[in-house]
Write a protein that binds this ligand. Sequence first.
Ligand code: HEC
Length: 131
Amino acid sequence: MWTKRWLPLVMLGLIVPGVLNPVDAQQPVKEQKKTFEADKGPSTIDVSNYPQEMRENYRVFVMRCRTCHPLARPINSNYYGSEWKAYVQQMIRKPGSGINPRNGEKIIEFLIYDSKVRKKGKTASIREEKP
Ligand code: HEC
């Protein structure tokens, strides 16, 4: 039976490439460190002319949205109106976000309002520079 004699070689052929080429198993996957231009912009919003409710929502936003990255990131990201909804929900879902749905709603309301009233000249250009 020739198959019996060749079997070990066939097996070897299956194993060897795996040994020689161990799919980078040892190397940790390089963390993709994205840089956010927005992080370099201002880190506060002047809400003194905003309605009372939006000023309160702003405080929730400040408290909740700076735990993982600079507050400048959302402040200088030029998302508009309801676009913010998806981003806030994405942040809420991140492990350890500490943002409950109620606060999430307040933050969304704030960011939608803010995106419509704030002049974002500088940040608009940041957005455009993105690939
Ligand atoms: C649990 C950690 C965490 C919290 C809390 C958090 N973020 Fe983020 N955020 C991230 C990470 C990580 C990224 C990098 C991009 C990604 O992984 O989605 C990011 C990216 C962003 C971006 C850039 C997205 C893009 O691709 O342009 C915006 C805007 C943003 N966050 C807004 C917020 C807002 C608003 C809040 C508060 C509701 C918030 N983040 C709270 C972790 C967090």
